[in-house]
Design a protein around this ligand. Structure first.
Ligand SMILES: [Zn+2]
Length: 409
């Protein structure tokens, strides 16, 4: 897997034939602990009243309203393409359509999954989620988390990567932000950072070596949010820690697990024998992170969403002199979007909230098609551009430019 999004690969496995359940983000340990007591669950009832929708990679079954269903189809399609891109060197391909059931409310979801305390579920076959109108972000986090398990299971086979890596990566992708045309991973929500730092300070995590050795059975028996936080923090550290210097090794580690009887020699070959040094560095890295450590990830996602909508308006022949004009038109919900290039209006609504929270925004350039630029407080410039083909947005690109050096007086 390329955690740089480049060319190295991941080979891996799945959730081991035991159902994986994403813990509800706002649910307490007590509710999550319930899952462990369920044991083998009754066979799932056939979904009733569910309408089928087609996507290139999924059969989507849902009872949500048509526009919401369209969003679900679009999201899982882009999500699949992102997972495929990030595992691009891997020989495995998903050759059959996967099934995704999205229920319109949590009670219906519970009736079908019988998995209280969960926000989403992958059963070793189907992906399940409930649409939460009050916290849609939790819905999509669960879909991205469980969708990753489903993807690796179908693409790579079961049990090929250790449970900490599978769950850590699922959380990593769960925290990814979909901007409409792109996914942005590596986000660290400030509240989750606070929780991780508290756990490290109060010695709430097990040792790194104990986590590396944790069995799937033990993971399921504990079903503890602390384990999810620890696995996620280790994966995030391997992907982004210390300027990303472990990312290549992490990619190789995951790749070389393929066909390996044990992960231990593969770990040693890539990270050496000193797991205690790894443990120490991983904790130090997290304790040093500031709440705004990933402001560039969040802002890049907002720039990308605004660029996606700007590009669609441009393709519909709308032109804007400056940022103010684009912003006011967006606020009035008057940005044009061709039907075949539709994006959920909720995405723009959220971006308009986020635009207010950080950075200075402008449309740059004298030509009709301009570049969207957000300058952060530290001077970094996040630039968004789009390409059009056949009057549709073909692609969106976001680049982060370093702060310009101040001229000496
Ligand atoms: Zn999981």
């Amino acid at each position: 897997m390329s955690l740089h999004g480049e060319d190295d690969v991941m080979v891996g496995g799945g959730s081991g034939g035991v159902r994986c359940a994403a813990p509800g983000r706002r649910q307490g340990l007590m509710r999550i602990a319930l899952i462990a007591t369920l044991g083998l669950l009754a066979p799932l009832a056939a979904a009733q009243g569910m309408k089928p929708y087609d996507s290139p990679y999924y059969s989507v079954l849902t009872d949500v309203p048509p526009e919401r269903a369209q969003e679900a189809v679009l999201r899982v399609t882009k999500m699949f393409e992102e997972y495929q891109r990030r595992t691009s060197g891997f020989a495995g391909r998903v050759t059959r359509k996967m099934v995704f059931e999205l229920h319109s409310d949590y009670d219906r979801y519970l009736r079908h999954t019988e998995a209280p305390g969960t926000a989403g579920l992958y059963t070793g076959d189907r992906l399940y989620a409930a649409y939460r109108a009050d916290t849609p972000i939790d819905t999509w986090h669960a879909v991205q988390h469980e969708g990753f398990h489903q993807f690796v299971d179908f693409a790579m086979g079961r049990n090929a990567i250790p449970i900490w890596a599978n769950e850590g990566l699922a959380e990593y992708f769960g925290e990814s932000i979909w901007s409409g045309d792109l996914f942005f991973s590596g986000a660290v929500p400030p509240r989750r950072l606070e929780r991780v730092q508290k756990l490290i300070r109060e010695n709430g995590f097990r040792s790194a070596v104990a986590m590396l050795n944790l069995s799937h059975a033990q993971w399921n028996a504990e079903m503890n949010v602390v384990n999810y936080d620890q696995a996620w923090s280790m994966v995030h550290f391997l992907a982004h820690g210390d300027g990303g210097k472990y990312a290549d090794e992490f990619g190789r580690f995951l790749t070389q697990l393929r066909g390996a009887a044990n992960w231990q020699p593969v770990w040693r070959a890539n990270f050496g024998t000193d797991v205690e040094a790894f443990d120490k560095r991983w904790r130090e890295y997290w304790l040093a992170l500031k709440p705004d450590a990933t402001v560039d990830v969040y802002t890049s996602a907002t720039v990308a969403t605004m660029t996606s909508f700007y590009g669609r308006a441009f393709a519909s022949k709308q032109r804007f002199e400056d940022w103010g004009e684009l912003l006011e038109t967006a606020k009035r919900s008057e940005l044009k979007v061709r039907a075949e290039d539709w994006l959920p209006p909720g995405l723009l609504k959220q971006a308009l909230v986020d635009v207010n929270e950080r950075g200075t925004w402008e449309l740059v350039g004298s030509a009709a098609r301009k570049k969207l630029v957000c300058t952060l407080d530290d001077g970094r410039r996040i630039e968004g551009e789009f390409q059009i083909r056949d009057e549709r947005v073909k692609s969106v690109e976001v680049n982060i430019r370093p702060a310009k050096k101040q001229k000496k007086p």
